[in-house]
Design a protein around this ligand. Sequence first.
Ligand SMILES: Cc1cc2nc3c(=O)[nH]c(=O)nc-3n(C[C@H](O)[C@H](O)[C@H](O)COP(=O)(O)OP(=O)(O)OC[C@H]3O[C@@H](n4cnc5c(N)ncnc54)[C@H](O)[C@@H]3O)c2cc1C
Length: 252
Amino acid sequence: MKKESIGCTLFEGGQVGGLLRYANRVENYLGHHGLDGHSICLKFRQHLLDMGVDLRHERVGSVRRAEAGFMLNTPSGDERYSRLIVATGTTPRKVPLEGAFYFIEEASRHSGSRVLVVGGGDIALDNCIRLRRAGAHPTLLYREGIRANAMLREEMENEGIPMEKGDIHGIQKVGSGYSHKRSEYDHVAVFIGREPDLELVRHLDIGEVRLPCGEADIEGLYIIGDAVLGRFGQATLAAGMGLAAAMHIGLR
Ligand SMILES: Cc1cc2nc3c(=O)[nH]c(=O)nc-3n(C[C@H](O)[C@H](O)[C@H](O)COP(=O)(O)OP(=O)(O)OC[C@H]3O[C@@H](n4cnc5c(N)ncnc54)[C@H](O)[C@@H]3O)c2cc1C
């Protein structure tokens, strides 16, 4: 946007880089391979500051359509924008298990504790490795198979992290901890997928979201990144969609 000399404001309710900050090691982001997600996110932030992007650490409460654009309700009041790019990502899929963690920060605070990590995808394995490095004792519980990439599987083996086949329904809450197949755990951390977070635009008639720029059926509305990419959710693709949306806006 800045390159096209179009003024833009970025509202970030959490931290710049979103979910990527949890990645142990990013291997598929050109020019940044081998770095951890947190370091890459710091680079993203610096890039935004260097480009003079108006970065606001504020959560957008709601969006409604306004004359020739969109009205955003922000902590500073209502603000109108002519175009809106929604990149709100995803929220974790939850299970009915009291006290389960869904964010790695919650689990990694407990160095030395035994953590049963539920899931079989990249995020579950990545988080097991992160927990091990934070001094915890993770065990992976997967249901059908491990669907994570080969590099993460190899790292799990190198770290000697146990992997067990089983189901979340076999976990029981016992006092302040949990048990599963005669083993005891202090915590259960669940990473079994994520759902698109389209809360801000759910009430709008967004229709079809078209690739590559995430253009919706409403003039001026774009939805990009994990919020629409489903199982293809990756930082590189999210950034690519953002670029496509900016180009689409610039060309109009
Ligand atoms: C452990 C782990 C490892 C990963 N490893 C890799 C990897 O190696 N390579 C790779 O390419 N990808 C990796 N990913 C995936 C990558 O992190 C995501 O694909 C990418 O972050 C998606 O970006 P996004 O902007 O679409 O969504 P998110 O990263 O989820 O960001 C959404 C952002 O929107 C903000 N937000 C939400 N609602 C509001 C609101 N109402 N107002 C203001 N702000 C709001 C949130 O605070 C958040 O920062 C990994 C993910 C995890 C969890």
